[in-house]
Design a protein around this ligand. Structure first.
Ligand code: GUN
Length: 292
C-alpha cells in the first residue's frame, strides 16, 4: 500500500509560511499584489481564478480580478497588461489560460513584464529555468517538486519519467528534475512502448489529461507517482491521469486527485508573488535611495 502525499496539507504549510512573511513585509508598508485577468466564461477557468483570489486573501495579499468579456480584442488586452506592468501596487500579473481562440496567447504572455510574470510562462523566464538561474519557477512543476521532496526520496540519480510535453507542465517539469540530477525521459502521445518506459521510473509524473490513463502495469513497484491530471471519469467525477485504485497498491508514494498537485500550484503562485513583491520593493528602495 502506498504512502499518500497530502498536497492539501503541504500547501497549507507553504501558505502559512508565506502569510508570516507577508506579515513581516507589511511592517515595511509592502503588500504583495496580484492581478488576475480572465477573458470569457470558461467555467473551469472561473473556478481556478476564484481559488487564486481566495488564496491571496488567506496569505494577506492584495488581489484584483479583471474579468473581461469573450469578445475582448488583442489590443484591449495588451493595453490592460501595459497598465498593470506600470502599476506599483501590482507585483504579479496572471492571465488565465486558455484564452479565446481569436487572441494570440504567445503575444499576450510575452507582453507581461518578466518581473511580474508569476506564472513563469514568458520566454525570458522559461529561458532562466533552462539555465538554472531563475526568480520564478512555473507553479505546477514547482509544486510537484515540493511534493517529491516531501517523500524524502532523492531525485539525484533516479530514473524520472514525465508523461506529457506541454510548455506549462511537461517541459519545465523535466527541466526541474534534470536540475536536481535526475535521469529524465519525456514521453508523449507518439511514444512507442510507453508502459515499458514508465515501468522503469523511480519517479513518475503524469500530465497527459486523460482519465485513469496510468494503470498498475505501467508503474514500477515502490515508485513515487505524481498525478497532475484534472479530468472527469465516465460518471462525471473528478479524477486524475492515474487509475488510483489500480496503482495505489503498487506505488510507494502517490498523490490523490483532488488534494494532490492542485493545491500546490496555487501555493507556488503565492510564493512567486511574494518573491516578485520582495524584488519590486528592493528595487523601489534602491531607486529612492532609502536604506533599511
Ligand atoms: N490554465 C491552466 N493552468 C494554468 C496556470 O497555471 N496558469 C495560468 N495562467 N493559466 C492556467
Amino acid at each position: 500500500m502506498a504512502n499518500l502525499i497530502n498536497g492539501k496539507e503541504i500547501a497549507a504549510k507553504v501558505k502559512e509560511d508565506i502569510a508570516k512573511e507577508a506579515g513581516n513585509l507589511a511592517e515595511y508598508g509592502v503588500t504583495p499584489g496580484l492581478a488576475v485577468i480572465i477573458v470569457g466564461d470558461d467555467p473551469a477557468s472561473k473556478i481556478y481564478v476564484r481559488n487564486k483570489k481566495k488564496a491571496c486573501e488567506e496569505v494577506g495579499f492584495y488581489s484584483e480580478e479583471f474579468a473581461l468579456p469573450e469578445k475582448t480584442s488583442q489590443k484591449e488586452l495588451l493595453a490592460l497588461i501595459d497598465t498593470l506592468n506600470k502599476r506599483f501596487d501590482i507585483d504579479g500579473i496572471l492571465v488565465q489560460l486558455p484564452l479565446p481562440k481569436h487572441l494570440n496567447e504567445k503575444a499576450v504572455i510575452g507582453a507581461i513584464s518578466p518581473k511580474k510574470d508569476v506564472d513563469a510562462f514568458s520566454p525570458f523566464n522559461v529561458g532562466r529555468v533552462m539555465i538554472g538561474e531563475y526568480r520564478f519557477l512555473p507553479c505546477t512543476p514547482a509544486g510537484v517538486m515540493e511534493l517529491i521532496h516531501s517523500t524524502g526520496v532523492e531525485v539525484c540519480g533516479k530514473k524520472c519519467v514525465v508523461i506529457g510535453r506541454s510548455n506549462i507542465v511537461g517541459k519545465p517539469m523535466a527541466m526541474m528534475l534534470l536540475n536536481e540530477s535526475g535521469t529524465v525521459t519525456i514521453c508523449h502521445s507518439k511514444t512507442e512502448n510507453l508502459a515499458e518506459i514508465t515501468s522503469q521510473a523511480d519517479i513518475l509524473v503524469s500530465a497527459v489529461g486523460k482519465a485513469k490513463f496510468v494503470t498498475a502495469d505501467m508503474v514500477k513497484e515502490g515508485a513515487v507517482v505524481i498525478d497532475v491530471g484534472m479530468n472527469h471519469d465516465d460518471d462525471g467525477k473528478l479524477c486524475g491521469d492515474v487509475d488510483f485504485a489500480d496503482v495505489e497498491p503498487k506505488a510507494g508514494w502517490i498523490t490523490p486527485v483532488p488534494g494532490g498537485v492542485g493545491p500546490m500550484t496555487i501555493a507556488m503562485l503565492m510564493k512567486n508573488t511574494l518573491t516578485a513583491a520582495k524584488i519590486n520593493a528592493a528595487a523601489a528602495t534602491k531607486k529612492s535611495g532609502k536604506k533599511n
